[in-house]
Design a protein around this ligand. Sequence first.
Ligand code: AMP
Length: 406
Amino acid sequence: MTSNVEQTVLVINCGSSSVKFAIIDPKTGHVYLNGIAEALTLDDARIDWRFEGKEKQKDTLGAKADHQKAIDYLNNKILATAPELLKSICAVGHRIVQGGELYTEPTLVDDEVEAGIEKCIPFAPLHNPAHLIGIRAARKAFSTVPHVTVFDTAFHQTMPAVAYRFAIPEELYTKHGIRKYGAHGTSHGYVAKTVCEQLNADPNNFNVITCHLGNGASVSAVKNGKCLDTSMGLTPLDGLVMGTRCGEIDPSVVFFMCDVLGYKVEDVREIFNKKSGLAGISGTTSDWRGITEGYENHDEKCTLAFEMFCYRLAKFIASYYVPLGNVDAIVFTGGIGENSYLMRKRVIELLPAVFGVKIDEDLNSKARAYLGGSGPIHAPDSKVKVVVVPTNEELVIAQSAFKFVK
Ligand code: AMP
């Protein structure tokens, strides 16, 4: 399996209590190993992993094991059984949620970059501290290869001020950095580029609306490969209806909940982030499959959740005709975008006829079988192409990191 591996990249994605990892060939996207350490710092910290073509394996990491322990386990226990693969790692790529205005490109990690990521913590208080722990642990464990950070916000740094500024006093932006930063940029950038390859279109003359729809969800307007607008804001709470996040909401709801109902700000934060979205509307599930099942069985709350998700997305898509002028393609990606033909059908149905977006029902409903989960699903007379493109953020991170080798 690993005897003739030449050069690979270790991709690391650290959350507050988890580390996802994968070893990828940056040239082909081939995945040799992937896995996840979960419940870190808790009593049942554990890790599971799978070598290409082999059974999944798992182990406990010991009570309260932290990110360093997980990364050391990867290095000393898992990779120790695959020395050729270990030797093939020529770079480590780290996914970073928030790079503020500091980073517009993948960046070679040094102490200054670590300090920059630390500076952006206020805008990603759950993610950036975990990323830093991961970077420090990985730099110790894999000290002889370059470490590269790939920022989710970088792709959105091309937005003009008219899109990224909030209509609040200027100094809140100039002194405190309060603005729209967006999220999922690595995915939006990847699918915007990939759809051009798939359609044989000129990436320098192509307007696309990219819909990344998973537990977190966002939509972007991309002109000639550059982001002009996106639905997530200062943090990944803004925009679309998500699994447990509320998305776009009148800020006065916060004042009302605190001033009139007596909630504390941290309660509101918890409710908006963890108990809202599909979970809040349906009262039962944050998972799109559960929502769809309820919708098909005419459950009232699931139907409302389904409709609100589609309605909000259709409104965003329609609004992106403003920055783009004309639209060549709409792309669906992410767990929901790639898999839910019912959602795609409903969203396109909700777009006004004047846009001329038409879906081929057969291609849409059988996208997996016909297209292997990837490809165009629009009708022949549609003015706009509608395409399903599976995202691959790990591959982008691996490719970005590989550019720094030598
Ligand atoms: P992600 O965050 O990209 O992993 O996406 C997670 C979301 O995708 C969850 O809401 C899942 O219910 C949804 N999802 C995954 N597979 C399917 C499927 N086959 N059909 C519908 N939704 C799916």
